[in-house]
Each structure stands twice: as structure tokens, then as C-alpha cells.
Ligand binder design. Structure first.
Ligand SMILES: C[S@@+](CC[C@H](N)C(=O)[O-])C[C@H]1O[C@@H](n2cnc3c(N)ncnc32)[C@H](O)[C@@H]1O
Length: 159
């Protein structure tokens, strides 16, 4: 089981390329929930992802229903990162098989998706700030999940 990063209908190829590169380097699997706002052959996706695109463990899901069905069958928690959430992401205990779900750049996720998430987490910002860049919010959350995992491993004498 590995931690997964899921992108809900991403619309900026450069962000997705950056996230795929990050995921390949840090050992996260990535789920893209279609429809995306670009084609996987997009030049900016390739520029941002470079040769890491080939190494990325990427699964594309035809739509939200297919993704959610697959997720339920694997009994994974759905952890949504949202600017509307109240729980700081650093207060949450990530687990090995969590799916970290991020919304699309233009509109986040619909309320139906907000409602079914097992947890909704916020990266606190200064008053008045609207949101972070998608790839930046993925990097911050992935970093915290990895930090917690290495603490757990150390506590259990694994490393
Ligand atoms: C550019 S933001 C989307 C902005 C959109 N208008 C909204 O309010 O959801 C893209 C995604 O990055 C993540 N994100 C950005 N800033 C965040 C924050 N401060 N806390 C939690 N998630 C954040 C969320 O998953 C969000 O859906």
C-alpha cells in the first residue's frame, strides 16, 4: 500500500507535470480523475514532468464515479485538501493507504465530493489569501505525510 495523490479534473498541464515529477521522486502514486482540461500529450505537461512522466505511477479514471467505485473497493480513506476546510493539515494523522485528493485549479471540487470525503484539511493561510497553487499545496501535504511516516517508522525501529 502506498500514499496516493488524486487530482480532480486538473486544468493546468504544467501543474500536473510538476506533480507527476514530485510523485515519481517521492514515491507517491497519482490518480487523475477525468475529464482533465488538457491532453496527456500536452507540451507543458511534458516540459514540467520531463522524463519523470515515464516513471510516475499514474492511473487515469474516466470520471468521478469510476474513481470512487475503485476507491471504495480498495477501502482507502479519502482525504480532501480544501480552502473551505477547518482542520489544519499538520493536525491530521496520515495513514499509509490514504488518498490525498486535490481540487481543480479553477473551481476546487463540487459539494457532492466535499460531502463524502473522510476528512477535509486546510493549509492555513494569512487572512485574505484565497488559495495556494495546486502543485504547491500537493508538495506541502506530501511533505507532511512523509514526515509523519518517517516519524512512525523511527518510533517502530524500522529506520
Ligand atoms: C487553486 S486551488 C482551487 C481554488 C478554488 N477556487 C477553491 O477555492 O477551491 C486548487 C486546489 O489546491 C488545493 N489548495 C490550495 N490552497 C489550499 C489551502 N490553503 N488549503 C487546502 N487546500 C488548498 C485544494 O485542493 C484546491 O482545490
Amino acid at each position: 500500500m502506498e500514499l496516493r495523490i488524486a487530482l480532480y479534473q486538473p486544468d493546468i498541464p504544467g501543474n500536473t507535470g510538476t506533480i507527476l515529477r514530485l510523485a515519481a521522486c517521492l514515491g507517491f502514486a497519482v490518480d487523475i480523475i477525468e475529464p482533465a482540461g488538457f491532453d496527456v500529450s500536452d507540451r507543458s505537461l511534458k516540459r514540467a514532468g520531463m522524463d519523470y512522466l515515464e516513471q510516475a505511477a499514474l492511473t487515469r479514471h474516466a470520471d468521478w464515479q469510476h474513481f470512487d467505485e475503485w476507491r471504495k473497493n480498495t477501502s482507502r480513506r479519502l482525504v480532501l485538501l480544501s480552502t473551505k476546510a477547518a482542520i489544519p493539515y499538520t493536525d491530521y494523522q496520515f495513514q499509509e493507504n490514504d488518498i490525498l485528493l486535490f481540487g481543480r485549479e479553477s473551481a476546487g471540487v463540487p459539494d457532492t465530493v466535499q460531502d463524502i470525503a473522510d476528512a477535509r484539511l486546510l493549509i492555513p493561510m494569512v487572512p485574505g489569501a484565497r488559495s495556494l497553487n495546486l502543485a504547491v499545496s500537493v508538495a506541502m501535504t506530501a511533505g507532511e505525510a512523509l514526515r509523519q511516516r518517517s516519524l512512525t517508522y523511527r518510533r517502530n525501529g524500522v529506520m
